[in-house]
Write a protein that binds this ligand. Structure first.
Ligand code: ATP
Ligand code: MG
Length: 659
């Protein structure tokens, strides 16, 4: 690349903007002055946020960055994370408040109050202690979205053991790799899980995964599907124990011990969108501070008033920070749903929102685009008037999907918070504040108060308004990762080597500033396409495609091209109302022209393929690297975190026959 060429071209413009309603702004948890205050005294600001929590010993230093890039936040402070999420709310008189409205996929429900949660977590903590689990041990948890999953995580936190949660749908190989990587001593799982209306075995997979796993001493099994599964649950005598046999008889009293602010809290593997997942380590005081603070300001959460629902799975960071730690530290009342969004019907989420009067709903663009595909008439059948804040996380949200979300789900009234962050950042970093920011469809906009993010060029210099480049975090933040488990080299190489001279954390994402200086995320730097010297982001071409009324989802990749260097290849899913017969040649031409009109001829896809599905990680992100393999006729790469591996065969077959 020459020195003049920008790291990323800026192609798509978006001028719509939605200021918060006056009433919302007046009642909001924070006002516009919060940015200035945080900027003036960053450490003082974070110390103030840490006081949301209850500490056994106050810290002696807010930030110790002397061992950079390994930070120590609230050094010398001591606290118990589980006490902060549960006990203190009971002690403050809120024991009867519902913490979790749990909804099982088959329709069974449980309401769990903070008082009950305290007893459950205490019993589970006593149970782990009875098995010999001590602070610093690792407990692997492979569970679907049942209350025991949250109880198990909090029980680990309570005794200072690290949890390593593994998504319930992962294969034995993926589980085994994670168990071995961290030498887990105990594994917690269930007999089976409900998915799409059927009971599927889980324990059998766990047994397969653990054959010969030397570190594992005990396997605790939650009974969930019971008789709905055929045959007895496979059992290894001496190793396996039922959750109810082990936990139910334990005393409901457990004295939480205070741990160092930097005591490890958990290991969690990244989604694997760009390659082999990384085991990210998070610690206690800084992590909980930022999770709680961001949940409070980004969602404008009011304890005891709002009903909150984050649709993520606890197998991902969003489930950790925005189902378990942030919300519970803030005394949330939340919905936890076990199943898939179309079981038994495509209105399941709206039905749940209507029933529990959910006021804050936090989901992923992939699901929003799926809802669009299913049609607006489905949510229209339900009363969604309780909603007052909508959130998005996981991928850039295409402006059209954003508008659909606001209009169709949010009655053209609710603010949308598009939250950018990563497993590594631990908590939200860039997002609008719903009572402050005039939101823009498709932009995460601005680093939160207390956080600093920049878009820089190849040399690490900040790009001007309107410019594109690399997203970096130029100042340490409380919930930052404390390493890649067992791989210090990978930690330094992946995040800290690109801009080592400046000491920036390199996020791996491309971004641009608009004329107002707001940040727009443009997808993975690895995915950026180079067409005749223009550096084009996948996000902008995808958003242009999704802005066409017939398109539900789009993924684009750059494939080697003899004349232009790379050519743009697009994979497109049409909306339910627009399925084409045959090869859809006319539809394809129209879409190519549409992209040229929206963002310019340079971005006109060389090839557009209409497909029924796209390859996605289990966390719902499009895996472009696999599509690139297809487009370039290569062997398909690592698919272990793919939600449905048959999707790739279908796409390859379609490509080879020219469809
Ligand atoms: P891996 O690191 O293994 O490739 P991953 O990056 O998908 O997996 P996560 O930590 O779950 O793992 O995802 C973080 C990434 O998700 C971010 O780096 C970014 O690319 C994307 N992302 C998350 N939220 C947003 C958002 N609001 N806007 C744009 N991109 C987002
Ligand atoms: Mg990543």
């Amino acid at each position: 690349m020459t020195e003049q060429s920008p790291a990323l071209d800026n192609l798509l413009t978006e001028s719509r903007s939605f200021p918060p309603g006056a009433e919302f702004a007046d009642a909001a948890n924070v006002g516009p002055d919060v940015y200035g205050a945080a900027e003036e005294d960053r450490e003082g600001f974070w110390a103030e946020q840490a006081r949301r929590l209850s500490w056994d010993t106050e810290w002696s230093r807010v930030l110790d960055w002397s061992g950079a890039p390994l930070a120590k936040w609230f050094a010398g402070g001591r606290l118990n994370v589980a006490y902060n999420c549960v006990d203190r709310h009971v002690e403050a008189g809120f024991g009867d408040q519902v913490a979790i409205h749990w909804v099982g996929e088959p329709g069974d429900t449980r309401d769990i109050t903070y008082a009950q949660l305290k007893d459950d977590v205490s019993r589970a903590a006593n149970a782990l202690v009875s098995l010999g689990v001590v602070a610093g041990d690792v407990v692997a948890i492979q569970l679907q979205m049942v209350p025991e999953a949250i109880v198990a995580m909090l029980a680990c936190a309570r005794i200072g053991a690290l949890h390593s949660v593994v998504f319930g749908g992962f294969s034995p190989t993926a589980l085994r790799a994670r168990v071995d990587d961290a030498a887990a001593k105990v594994v917690i799982t269930s007999d089976g899980q409900y998915r799409r209306g059927k009971a599927a075995p889980m324990k059998a997979n766990v047994d397969e995964a653990l054959a010969g796993a030397e570190s594992v001493e005990k396997v605790i099994v939650v009974r969930r599907t019971g008789d709905a599964l055929e045959g007895a649950t496979p059992w290894v005598a001496g190793r396996d124990v039922w959750w109810h046999d082990l936990v139910d008889g334990q005393p409901a009293e457990h004295r939480p011990e205070a741990f160092d602010s930097e005591h490890p809290l958990f290991i969690l593997y990244t989604s694997g969108t760009t390659g082999r997942p990384k085991g990210i380590l998070h610690t206690s005081g800084g992590y909980l501070t930022q999770a709680a603070y961001t949940h409070h300001v980004v969602f404008d959460h009011k304890p005891g008033v709002d009903v909150y629902w984050c649709t993520a799975d606890i197998g991902w960071i969003t489930g950790h920070s925005y189902i378990v730690y942030g919300p519970l530290a803030n005394r949330v009342t939340q919905v936890v749903y076990e199943g898939t969004p179309n079981t038994p019907h495509e209105g399941r989420h709206w039905e749940i929102i209507q029933k529990y009067k959910v006021s804050i709903y936090y989901t992923a663009p992939t699901l929003i685009r799926t809802f669009m595909k299913w049609g607006a008439d489905i949510p229209a059948k339900y009363d969604l008037s309780s909603l007052r804040v909508l959130g998005s996380v996981g991928e850039p949200i295409n402006p059209e999907a954003w508008i659909w979300y606001r209009d169709t789900i949010g009655a053209s009234r609710t603010p949308i918070v598009d939250t950018w962050w990563q497993t590594e950042t631990g908590a939200i970093m860039i997002s609008p504040l719903p009572g402050v920011t005039a939101t823009k469809p498709g932009s995460a906009q601005r680093a939160l108060p207390g956080i600093s993010a920049k878009v820089v060029d190849d040399t690490g210099a900040e790009v001007p308004p309107g410019g594109g480049g690399y997203l970096v975090l130029d100042k340490p933040w409380p919930s930052m990762l404390r390493g890649v488990w067992g791989d210090d080299e990978r930690f330094r190489e992946t995040y800290w080597s690109r801009f080592a001279e400046q000491g920036f954390y390199f996020a791996g994402d491309g971004a641009k500033y608009d004329a107002d200086g707001d940040i727009w995320l443009l997808g993975r730097v690895d995915d950026v396409m180079n067409v005749s010297g223009h550096r084009i982001s996948t996000t902008e071409v995808e958003s242009a495609l999704v802005s066409h009324p017939t398109v539900a989802e789009a993924a684009v990749v750059g494939a080697t091209d003899p004349t232009t260097g790379q050519g743009i290849v697009a994979f497109v899913i049409l909306r339910a109302t627009h399925t084409t017969d045959g090869d859809g040649e006319e539809a394809v031409q129209e879409l190519r022209n549409h992209v040229a009109k929206e963002i310019g001829p340079i971005a006109k896809p060389r090839q557009i393929l209409i497909v029924a599905e796209l390859p996605k990680t289990r966390s719902g992100k499009i895996m472009r690297r696999l599509l690139r393999d297809v487009a370039e006729n290569r062997t398909i790469g690592d698919v272990t975190t793919l939600a449905d591996s048959s999707v790739m065969d279908l796409i390859s077959a379609g490509l080879n026959t020219g469809k």
